[in-house]
Design a protein around this ligand. Structure first.
Ligand code: PSU
Ligand code: MN
Length: 308
């Protein structure tokens, strides 16, 4: 889809035109999910991992009211350093664009823009989900709604552990979103490889994952797919430590009456401080691991569609 609001970089556009693999990357994790300078370092390393695995990285962000797909080093630097970049989910897109503002895209917004640009694989750290206590607060990430309708495969290390993973899985089931465990039967919980919940299906190879994607979309079963890729064992956090940190972070959030879109960035920052930076180190490792798997999936996807 070509439109006046969308600006795809020449490198990404050329790859798409030639049917080469492209991997979309989100920007909320850079602007609101990690502190400077770890955020820019990670963003650059993730782009590098994508390239090393044969795909073209396409970081997505809204700059001065334009949806950018694929950004320069200067734009990345700006995104990582600036303090007035809005967190943009589906509902925020029209306001940010019409006011010519700056916005970092969440999983939901990144999926929307990736689909507009024609990108089918998207790599992130963790997806949003049903928050703990959602029966009172109604706090359910718009990421889940987006997965029900937008045709993009999302590679993550599971929903962030700060969420209610059981309810997140129920929600995805109700809305018909496949949850695939990559080489695992367990639903990962971001900082750890297990959550106590099982995935919907286990698939062990990128090739079989793209066969599922092609089948889903060929059949007109619209919507995304969650590919849950556990953090590598050597970078996994101790469950007791992370659970305690999450409990304290949730307590801090309540005490400071943090709500709405601020809660996820607040909790991530709070957990980082409580764990003395350990959670951030794990977060960085898992994103890079997701970039590797996502790139392999993107490569398989282009070769599968080549056969047609
Ligand atoms: N995963 C991370 N760090 C993040 C996020 C996910 O490792 O910062 C972001 C994603 O952009 C996700 C968003 O879409 O948090 C979810 O926010 P909310 O719960 O407000 O929908
Ligand atoms: Mn929310």
């Amino acid at each position: 889809m070509k439109n006046e609001y969308l600006e795809v970089s020449p490198e990404v556009q050329e790859a798409l035109n030639l049917g080469k693999p492209v991997v979309a990357l989100e920007s909320t994790i850079i602007a609101h999910g990690m502190p400077y300078p770890e955020n820019i370092k990670t963003a650059k390393e993730v782009e590098q991992v994508v390239r090393e695995n044969g795909a073209v990285p396409a970081t997505i962000v809204i700059l001065k009211g334009k949806m950018k797909v694929g950004i320069s080093d200067e734009e990345l630097e700006f995104l990582a350093k600036s303090n007035d970049i809005h967190k943009v989910s589906r509902r925020d897109i029209p306001f940010i664009i019409s006011q010519k503002l700056y916005g970092a895209t969440t999983v939901a917004a990144t999926m929307i823009i990736a689909e507009m640009a024609g990108i089918k694989v998207f790599v992130t750290g963790g997806i949003g989900g049903v928050h703990r206590g959602a029966s009172d607060t109604f706090d359910i990430s718009a990421d889940l709604q987006e997965l029900t309708k937008t045709n993009v495969a999302v590679v993550s290390a599971g929903p962030k552990a700060i969420l209610d993973i059981g309810l997140t899985l129920e929600y995805l089931e109700t809305h018909g979103v496949p949850v695939i465990g990559f080489q695992t039967n367990d639903m990962p919980a971001f900082y750890t490889r297990t959550s106590g919940f099982k995935v919907d299906v286990r698939i062990d190879t990128p090739k079989e994952i793209v066969e599922l994607l092609k089948t889903k979309w060929d059949l007109g079963l619209n919507g995304g797919v969650v590919i849950a890729n556990p953090i590598p064992k050597e970078f996994e956090m101790d469950k007791k430590i992370i659970d305690q940190a999450i409990d304290s972070a949730l307590y801090n959030a309540k005490k400071n009456t943090i709500t709405g879109k601020n809660i996820t960035p607040f909790l991530l920052d709070s957990i980082k401080n409580i764990t003395g930076g350990k959670s951030l180190a794990s977060n960085i490792k898992l994103v890079k691991n997701n970039a590797e798997v996502g790139s392999k999936i993107a490569c398989e996807l282009t070769s599968l569609y080549d056969e047609d």
